[in-house]
Design a protein around this ligand. Structure first.
Ligand code: FE2
Ligand code: FE2
Length: 268
């Protein structure tokens, strides 16, 4: 099947199993087609985006001794993963002129996002919270609507949201482990390892596509659209090692940390 057909199946199927189905290989990109900007992904009735603030907030980790609370956390994270997949499919359809290597790499990342969604769905169901039984938000999808080129996607999704997830995955692994939930902790560890590769993919394309006269940092900042800011790319506990593994430079990380501390001072 073509990369375009794969993206269309993700965005236009109202059946979750179809959205999460692996693409048929070999994947081709001979005719990427005309650009299309999808405004809303088609979703099953029980996974429609809820109005702002009506989806449950992430339960506090102090409540994670209750299996149901952990199930809610997996439900929320399953929706995050599904949105990441949908935003990537949006990018595939919106930017058919992007380099074919980028589009192929993106399709690989999408298959990881399909797997991550399933991991959270399965674990949430084990804990008594089947996917689709709670309202879900559209936070990442809405941000993706502002992407006007591939670098916007790289800056916003790969380096900011997936960058922050390098921290969150380890934080949640720790929360789950502390209450003795080794299975939920293992899900977070698996996703963390993949996320390093996803950030590496974004970093690689930031380097390849940036104008030669601009640094990585300058290009990154130029492609973040408000309300996204560099400091949003950091979670509760900044993890340097996975970012270095993803190829980010010491200089870039120093600037990221400086942006974060300036923001912390402003808001204190
Ligand atoms: Fe993911
Ligand atoms: Fe990812």
């Amino acid at each position: 099947m073509s990369l375009r057909q794969f993206a269309e199946r993700v965005l236009y199927s109202d059946d979750l199993a179809e959205k999460l189905r692996r693409p048929e290989t070999p994947l081709t990109d001979i005719e990427p087609g005309a650009p299309v900007r999808v405004e809303l992904p088609v979703r099953p009735a029980d996974l429609q985006f809820a109005p702002r603030r009506s989806a449950p907030a992430m339960p506090h980790p102090m409540s994670f001794d209750q299996p149901q609370r952990r199930g809610v956390a997996h439900h929320i994270m399953a929706n995050h993963e599904l949105q990441a997949l949908e935003v990537m499919a949006f990018v595939m359809l919106a930017f058919p002129e992007a380099p074919s290597d980028f589009r192929r790499g993106l399709a690989d990342v999408m298959q990881d996002e399909q797997r991550h969604t399933r991991l959270h769905i399965d674990r949430g169901a084990d804990l008594g919270v089947p996917f689709g039984t709670l309202p879900v938000n559209s936070y990442f999808w809405t941000k993706g609507q502002k992407f006007n080129d591939v670098l916007d996607f790289v800056a916003g999704l790969s380096l900011t949201f997936e960058g922050r997830n390098l921290d969150h995955t380890l934080e949640f692994e720790d929360y789950f482990r502390k209450v003795g939930d080794r299975r939920s902790a293992a899900v977070m560890r698996v996703i963390h390892r993949d996320e390093i590769q996803h950030v590496a993919f974004g970093w690689e394309w930031l380097k390849r596509l940036k104008p030669s006269e601009l640094s990585e940092w300058e290009t990154y900042c130029a492609h973040l659209h408000w309300p996204l800011k560099p400091e949003k790319g950091i979670g509760e506990h900044f993890q340097k090692r996975p970012r270095l593994q993803a190829g980010m430079t010491e200089e870039f990380l120093q600037r990221l940390l400086t942006a974060k501390s300036e923001e912390d001072i402003k808001s204190s």
